[in-house]
Design a binder for this molecule. Sequence first.
Ligand code: BG6
Length: 492
Amino acid sequence: MLEAFDFVIFGGAGDLALRKLVPGLYRAHRNGELPEGTRIIPTCRNTQVVAEYKDKVRKAAQEHLREGEFVAADWDKFAQCIHPIFVDIAKKDEHWEELAALLNSGNKQRVFYLSTPPSVFSVCCKHLSEMNLITKTARVVVEKPLGYDAVSAEEINSQIAEYFDENCIFRIDHYLGKETVQNLLALRFANGMFEHLWDAKTIDNVQITISETVGLEGRASFYNDAGALRDMVQNHILQLLCLVAMESPNKMTAERIRAEKLKVLESLRPLTGNSVRFNTVRGQYAAGEINGKAVPSYQEELGNSSSIETFVAIRAHIDNSRWANVPFYLRTGKRMKQRFAEIVIQYKDVAHRVYPESAGRTVPNRLVIRLQPEESIKIIMTSKNLEKHETELRPVVLNFNFADTYKDFFSDAYKRLMLDAAANDPSLFIHRAEVAAAWSWIDPIIEAWQRPENNPQFYKAGGWGPRGADEMIHADGREWFNMDDVFASEDV
Ligand code: BG6
């Protein structure tokens, strides 16, 4: 059972803390998942903010929680465990003593969440260490951006490792905290029928898409340095790819799962030099329309010119026998037509067609795993049109909607991950070796993108990305599978 813990949030008044961390902890409190005596200690760099913190965080919670979740009486009780404190991370002064006194007065398990830019991770850990606050069981939680490339990631990881052992470092990829993402493992390893149909013999291609309708969301300076490849592919998309492609761990333990994921990352066929041009597409959104609303171009939103990508499509291969010659098409973009995250496993078509042409066409089977916003698993099959006497083949969908089974289901990835860190369960966190392996696949792509011929292609906001993304997949005789479009046209 989880024991009461102290949860220190460095950067306690920052965007992540206000939007995700404190609301997530409040949800945990409402669900009875926060043990009595737990203290949340957000640090702020400004005394004024400390004084106003409880009001600020209350307003933020009202804004970011879902309708009906904010209940004044529950909040007031929860707010009693919030102890905001003034600390300037960079300056070791008497305020660090106050933090130490507070923590030492409770002597509980400690979790230090570094919700700050990585540039202060090192000094923060140093001060924690000098104040003797890093107990044997203390954990540190860090979040992307974990570096800008392999070298900077290694530097950040080494800095933290000076103060914390690897098994006390919890690197967050919030996609792993989504229940639907974890369900991928259950789908694969607790259901014999899928695992038997999960390799190059049966699968034609795999598509992994995270499509967003949002644009910059006030994160211009971070995003314009990073771009979609670093922001989404290096972490979330590659983690999803690992879960789809990995071998079965012999046990569901953190070490076993991480070891299998690492093998996938290390088996990714490197994309370098000219192969980058052939296997990747960069895009940047131009002005357009989403859900009937006009939206400006990326550069207008940024207020500057930029050649960073807001869309990426990649044809990737995993060089092992399970996945020999099976392309993994990866795609993510901002200001797209629709928000969703989805994995499509497309099976090979029937080997020999027994029906005459007049029966219509068969479609390859597809397993479509929708991770968000709604959670479902669909199997697309060919059936006989039962309403016709003559044989007519048509696509039908077997649809399993998780909302039908889990009526009150709502996944809060941050809540889940914060509680796991408090419970010392690292299964859903990223090992240092995974970070390094992911960057070493990404770095050569970024390097090749420096050539002017690899500048992003423009795509209209509200569409499916640049033409190049279609051309890349069409060149293989395949198509992106956009479920809703396909069903609208009844052409699966
Ligand atoms: C973050 C990225 O990691 O994930 C954002 O930095 C992105 O750019 C977000 O919008 C998407 O997360 P979710 O959970 O909304 O799909």
